[in-house]
Design a protein around this ligand. Structure first.
Ligand code: SF4
Length: 432
């Protein structure tokens, strides 16, 4: 008897893919549903827990890799569920191999960006590996300085797709000798609080199944006020990062269009309530755009809001995106803006976007993982730090400046006269 082996045609491969896509993904199954599935295959419920634990191991990339499960169970599961709901469509390394940029392919051929980055131990803190996830394909908010906003919204991700971005990133880190994942930031494509159910369900899954505490997770928002208030009541103490970018309604209506529905007063009130309910420190994100929001009037407004919220401030010089007339401010304007913040003794971090790689989708996604510098009380920038470390910065103590004047991102130096006297620094800190 002869056996004819057919090379699958494109159509049969497509229909195989389609039928697999119809299987539920492991991350989409609740614990009781998974236990029931394992039960139908003749195995006790603890096998479901064993499977779930193993699936989060970064060296496990398929059901076949889970050798502690009996072969029959693995085969039965493979016919009934998918190990993961997304695939790595492309992978790029940056920052001398410590940053991995993934394009994750979803079932409907759409893609989202996910970034994983490892930062070395510093001082008393241990090594971190942070994953930045996308919650939507595109975004409906339409911030004019953001490439993702220009796409419009295609759809929100499912909770499983967000969770599986973290699993894929964990596997990618492991392949490159990095990881495991310690922190997650929701700062990729999309507005996480516009995909509220996805965001909350994935936060719970990351905690319960992935072992990533909400305290190690940051969720960014452009200002979906009702959802900020709702999130405060979820019992999930994640850090909230407000994408502020403007300190007056007039300007913010243009830069972050959701401000027309939820103006600054309402946003600041909701953010303050979030901080009080959760006990978490807030973070304010400020994409510094030349000639747009780099004036001292805006800096003064930012200081007022940051003080009221006792928030950390992240300043991100804008990256140019194709077709946009906007870009980062000239060096002297940046210096004046930053000096104003430093004199107000805010806790400020400046992200060094280094101007390259215009292909990234969301300004927030990139900025969250770019090297960063802490703003010193005298208005100078500290040495470059290689990774996202969350908003829990420690304010640089007054009088500890070594006298060195590190360059700004573009290599410019602050003049000596701009460094301020010791007295002024102390005054500024007392006023904090
Ligand atoms: S900056 Fe964020 S909220 Fe604004 S359009 Fe881009 S992805 Fe959406």
């Amino acid at each position: 008897m002869t056996t004819t082996v057919r090379t699958p045609t494109r159509r049969t491969r497509q229909s195989d893919d389609d039928s697999r896509a119809r299987l539920p993904a492991l991350s989409a199954l609740a614990d009781d549903a998974l236990a029931e599935l394992v039960g139908t295959l003749g195995e006790p419920p603890w096998r479901a827990r064993q499977l779930r634990r193993a699936a989060w191991q970064p060296f496990v990339a398929s059901l076949d890799d889970i050798r502690q499960l009996p072969a029959g169970l693995r085969e039965g599961l493979a016919a009934r569920l998918r190990f993961i709901s997304a695939i790595v469509a492309s992978e790029r390394l940056a920052d001398r191999g410590t940053t991995i940029k993934l394009l994750c392919g979803l079932d409907d051929q759409l893609t989202v960006e996910t970034v994983a980055m490892e930062s070395p131990p510093r001082g008393g803190s241990s090594r971190r590996a942070t994953v930045c996830v996308s919650t939507q394909v595109g975004c409906a908010i339409g911030c004019p300085f953001c490439a993702t906003g220009r796409m419009g919204l295609r759809r929100s991700c499912t909770p499983a797709e967000v969770v599986d971005q973290v699993r894929l990133a964990g596997q990618a880190l492991h392949r490159h000798g990095l990881g495991p994942v310690t922190h997650v930031v929701y700062m990729g494509m999309g507005e996480p609080l516009a995909a509220y159910e996805t965001t909350v369900a994935s936060l719970r899954a990351l905690a319960v199944h992935g072992g990533i505490s909400p305290r190690r997770i940051t969720v960014s928002t452009s200002g979906v006020v009702p959802s900020i208030r709702r999130l405060a009541a979820e019992g999930l103490p994640v850090t909230l990062a407000i994408s502020l970018h403007a300190a007056t309604d007039e300007l913010r209506d243009r830069l972050v269009p959701i401000n027309r529905a939820h103006p600054l007063d309402a946003l600041v009130a909701a953010a303050g309530a979030y901080g009080r309910v959760t006990g978490r420190r807030l973070s304010l994100e400020w994409c510094l755009i030349g000639g747009v929001n780099d004036g001292l009037d805006q800096a003064a407004g930012l200081v007022r809001i940051a003080r009221r919220l006792r928030a950390h401030v992240n300043v991100i010089p804008m990256n140019r995106i194709e077709g946009s007339p906007w870009g980062p401010p000239p060096a002297d304007v940046s210096r004046a803006f930053l000096r104003h913040l430093s004199q107000a003794a805010l806790t400020v971090t400046v992200r060094d976007t280094r101007g390259g790689e215009a292909d990234a989708a969301c300004g927030q996604l990139r900025a969250s993982l770019e090297p960063r510098r802490q703003l010193r009380p005298d208005g100078t920038l500290g040495p470059q730090r290689s990774a996202q470390r969350g908003p829990d910065e420690i304010r640089a103590p007054a009088g500890r400046d070594s006298g060195r004047r590190p360059p700004l991102g573009n290599g410019a130096q602050l003049p000596r006269a701009d460094q301020g006297s010791e007295k002024r620094r102390e005054r500024a800190h007392r006023g904090a």
